[in-house]
Design a protein. Sequence first.
Length: 362
Amino acid sequence: MVTGSARSIHLVIKYIGSKRTLVPRIVELVSALPAVTTVCDLFTGTTRVAQGLKRSGHQVVANDMASYAEVFARCYIETDAREVDLSRVRQQLDHLMALPDVDGYVTEMFGRQSRFLQPHNGRRIDAMRPEIDRIAADPLEHAILLTSLIEAADRVDSTTGVQMAYLKQWAARSNKPLELRVPELIPGAGSRASRADANAIAPTLGPLDLVYLDPPYNQHSYHANYHVWETIARGDAPEAYGIARKRVDCQSTKSDYNSKRRAWDAFSDLIHTLDARYLIVSFNDEGYLPPADIRDLLAARGDVGSIPIDFKRYVGAQIGIHSPAGVKVGTVGKRRNTEHLFLVGDGATAIVDEHIARTVPA
């Protein structure tokens, strides 16, 4: 039986590039800006930043190209918790939990041909996923149920976070039965989800008070890194390839930001196109674009303040590089990164200096 809502950690997806630890700092920066109400998280991913901004009282547009990101954005950003019948949601989740197993695409592709999910949990997903399409009353309820399923799958997967590969031995958590929980929804009307290419949608967004930008920063494609969640979100059965059984469209779905040759032009075009009083830009020093060049580009829009933040690389980087047989074949170049938060707009330098003074111990 489904009981209560999710834990206090909202959306537990293990996401490379996750801004979970940065959300309080980003929200604090935004709250320090004058008359900022409408904001956009243009590369929202798992919506962590968008959730923080919505919780702090802002109207948010959460956009991303990924289908799973659109599902999360509809659930956590577009849905107003005050308008949701939680009793009905619990009944729907209880119904899904009671379904008999189905041995289908997810079980075969991700439980036998690869080892992302144990077959017993693959069969639960194969049973539940089409039933969500059948029973959901509207797109928002559909997103709530589907978010619950993807998060449940994430809690019992056998990876270090990304789905480029899986662990040689089943992770201990993968033995647990898949359990649906009610997502912890956020009150607030007027926010919305969007699924579009950031550069294509940028001219249609403004005017906005603020846009938060966290683009892909190197060759690693989020579409390929999270292809299992993309397949569950879409509910399809695509042709697959390779040891990881990636969707075949991973070979053609590429962002300009994943190309060293095209990333600068894409980012520059985006910066010059957005109609917003303020920008907050997050960029990692593993990226194609040097932080100094980013700062120079942003300075064309106005005052720029920056906050460097040191943090550990994702857990897969801590473990190291291994062959499909589990043999260590390489070494990690570094174990820590620097995340740069740039604030752009009137008074940015003073606001950042005050923020640093409050958060850095003497």
